[in-house]
Design a protein around this ligand. Structure first.
Ligand SMILES: C[S@@+](CC[C@H](N)C(=O)[O-])C[C@H]1O[C@@H](n2cnc3c(N)ncnc32)[C@H](O)[C@@H]1O
Length: 216
């Protein structure tokens, strides 16, 4: 019993030190999450902590919508989004890293996903979005915002491309080294001129949903 307790304390200590060190490093050194973390993004544990169905409900995604999965990574959420919007909707899967988009392409090529034809992968930066003004229904930013060197610029771009009445859903996971508190995300969204619709979840996994009221 004592040995098990000791082991648990050691494991918890290692995780804590790892988290603290990673968070300090990430505050000063910005780089996109490497493609090998797709194992974590696609893991069963992640799906349990941040189930795609719950994220979609909180983000306001519905059939027929045009959704931007900004910083889509390996596509852990892109595929559920594509199924939810259906054939009348579309999902732009945008990422800055070709390696991540290659993983998404592999996923789309799997037999289970053969029927999905409404995903459009795009390599671009969140700070310079290749979309027309007022053209998107929902922009989902999941464990991405605080990885972007200039999050304010990304929010300005999102505001430009989101239609009036559309949703910006920013979701964060505590285990992400770039994680910031819900209150920080709310403050940043309001500063960028979005209107707060609702905040969901808890310290470990949350979504803040904003909307855009005024026309550009
Ligand atoms: C932690 S992953 C999250 C992936 C996905 N959203 C998910 O939740 O499974 C962060 C992703 O954001 C992308 N990213 C980082 N900075 C970016 C930027 N400036 N523009 C576009 N994508 C970016 C990274 O390449 C990476 O794929």
């Amino acid at each position: 019993m004592t040995v098990i307790k000791l082991l648990l304390i050691i494991v918890a200590g290692i995780i804590l030190i790892h988290q603290v060190v990673m968070r300090i490093v990430r505050r000063f050194w910005h780089f996109p999450a490497p493609a090998f973390i797709s194992h974590v993004l696609d893991s069963k544990l992640r799906q349990r902590v941040q189930p795609p169905e719950r994220l979609m409900k909180w983000s306001g995604i519905a059939e027929g919508m045009t959704v931007l999965d900004l910083g889509c990574g390996s596509g852990a959420l892109t595929i559920p989004y594509a199924r939810a919007v259906g054939q009348d909707g579309r999902v732009y899967a945008l990422d800055i890293q070709p390696d991540m988009l290659a993983l998404l392409a592999q996923k789309l090529a799997q037999p289970d996903n053969k029927g999905i034809s409404n995903v459009l992968p795009i390599r671009a930066s969140a700070e310079d979005l290749p979309f027309a003004d007022n053209s998107l229904d929902v922009v989902c930013v999941t464990t991405v915002l605080y990885e972007i060197p200039d999050p304010q610029q990304a929010l300005r771009e999102i505001k430009r491309v989101l239609r009036v009445g559309g949703y910006l859903a920013i979701s964060e996971l505590f285990m992400d080294p770039d994680y910031r508190l819900k209150s920080t995300t709310i403050k940043l969204g309001l500063q960028a001129g979005f209107v707060l619709e609702e905040a969901f979840g808890n310290l470990w996994a949350y979504t803040v949903r904003f909307t855009r009221l005024e026309a550009i």
